[in-house]
Write a protein that binds this ligand. Structure first.
Ligand SMILES: CC(=O)Nc1cnc2ccccc2c1
Length: 446
């Protein structure tokens, strides 16, 4: 089943067998609060999903990068009131260093770009799949970890970068059997808010924090959002302007409100033209209320959503042209997205699109008796070197057990190494699908 990726994990009561294990009773065999284990059936599903992430990245010519799950805390100190930094899984290590389990991958990617400096060939098209962490109060009962797939383009200032990233997301959805009837991509640009704040003379420093507050619009009551904007020092007329802009329902309305020279309008028109060229324009939905909750986005932002409206955002991303500068480095135009491993699995379950991935081997090899263990081992190695997946029986077992085990591991063949046949250079091969049996010379096995 897909239990691992499901949001909840049934937690067995830790059976406390007092008296064993030195009187301490059984250790808690469950994973730490908010985290998941991946049993074989769960890991097979995850490997399949991550394989699709990696294959789409490969099709788009992206290179894989990776970085430690542990990072310096300073990468995430943004003081913009983001949930992701409020819930930082941070601590002081034994060397007195302030460190954190990463809550997202983008700052690490930025760190690598700065580390490479002038040596970074642009544009850089990088992808990564990594576990991210948050420390939530136990009461919320939400997961404290998930895996994210990120794709980022460093060094492309035009919305061609965002169009390419959206194309990768559409390609991924299509590969899994999802259509534009199942999911869509809400697009907007933070340049809308930027233009509104400029019109009302709101200080630039307020931009990030205002976006973070506005992102909560769908999650908290409107008057709470207004109150938080007031706390940020945003004047009443500016708040009205913000709420009016977020309610716009088309790029035409946007142009009417902000004028034809508005950068957001130009970006979005180009984005729609490029989407038509890629063939995914019908996946796009303009939605001025989409701002995303990360402080560092500066331009186009987008998020994948299920059109039935049952689930949280499937993925999200956008342009972040200032992030490298905030780390003290030379700015580079950047765009990217994050795609979590949880919501997509819920959606695939709902759509009956989750693949059944069973454990499978090609051959189950067993000596008929222990006197032929060495010979059975040699047969197993011969088959393996021919690329066949072999489950070698490692202890004395009866034939009945071997058939049961062959079923468990969906073996195609049962290969028995028996004395009489071996003396004639043969082994007994049972084809479990065709239910045929034959004596086969060892050299003809694979
Ligand atoms: C549905 C889900 O698992 N969300 C989730 C779980 N863990 C996280 C950890 C860090 C950042 C975001 C996270 C988001």
């Amino acid at each position: 089943g897909a239990s691992a990726a499901s949001a909840t994990q049934d937690r067995k009561a830790g059976s406390a067998r007092i008296g064993e294990a030195g009187g301490k009773g059984l250790v808690d065999v469950n994973p730490p609060r908010g985290t998941r284990d991946f049993f074989p059936e769960d890991k097979r599903l995850q490997n399949w999903l991550f394989g699709e992430f990696a294959e789409v990245s490969r099709l788009f010519g992206f290179e894989q990068v990776d970085f430690p799950v542990l990072e310096s805390e300073e990468l995430y100190v943004r003081k913009a009131g983001e949930e992701i930094t409020d819930q930082l899984y941070n601590f002081e290590d034994k060397g007195g260093r302030r460190v954190a389990l990463r809550p997202e991958l983008t700052p690490s990617l930025a760190r690598l770009a700065l580390q490479r400096g002038k040596g970074l060939a642009l544009p850089a098209k990088w992808f990564s799949i990594g576990q991210c962490w948050r420390y939530e109060r136990a009461t919320r009962g939400r997961r404290r970890e998930h895996y994210q797939w990120n794709m980022d383009i460093i060094g492309v200032a035009g919305v061609e970068a965002e169009a390419e990233l959206l194309a990768a997301i559409v390609t991924f959805f299509c590969r899994l059997g999802l259509t534009s009837a199942d999911v869509g991509l809400k697009v907007s640009s933070r340049k809308v808010l930027q233009a509104v704040l400029a019109r009302f003379g709101v200080a630039d420093e307020a931009f990030g924090p205002v976006c973070v507050v506005v992102d909560k619009m769908e999650k908290i009551p409107r008057d709470k959002v207004v109150e938080e904007l007031q706390k940020l020092g945003v004047a009443a007329d500016a708040i009205e302007g913000i709420l009016q802009a977020l309610a716009l329902r088309s790029v035409e309305q946007l142009e009417a409100l902000l004028g034809p020279e508005c950068a957001a309008v130009a970006d979005l028109r180009t984005l729609y033209d490029l989407a038509a060229a890629y063939g995914y324009a019908d996946w796009l939905v303009f939605d001025a209320s989409v701002v995303r909750g990360l402080a560092y986005y500066t331009g186009v932002v987008f998020e994948g959503f299920d059109r039935a409206g049952q689930l949280r955002a499937i993925c999200g991303g956008g342009r972040y042209d200032r992030l490298l500068g905030t780390f003290g480095g030379e700015d580079q135009p950047c765009a990217g997205f994050g795609f979590g491993d949880a919501v997509i699995v819920e959606l695939l379950k709902d759509k009956k699109l989750l693949p059944e991935i069973k454990h499978q081997v090609d051959d189950l090899v067993m000596p008929q008796d222990e006197s032929l263990r060495a010979q059975a081992t040699a047969v197993a190695q011969r088959l393996r070197s021919a690329g066949r997946r072999v489950d070698l029986v490692l202890e004395p077992k009866r034939l009945k057990w071997a058939f049961k085990q062959a079923e468990r591991c969906n073996a195609a063949r049962l290969v028995l190494v028996a004395p009489d046949e071996w003396s004639r250079g043969m082994v007994r091969v049972k084809d479990l699908a065709k239910r045929e049996e034959a004596d086969v010379p060892v050299e003809e096995l694979a």
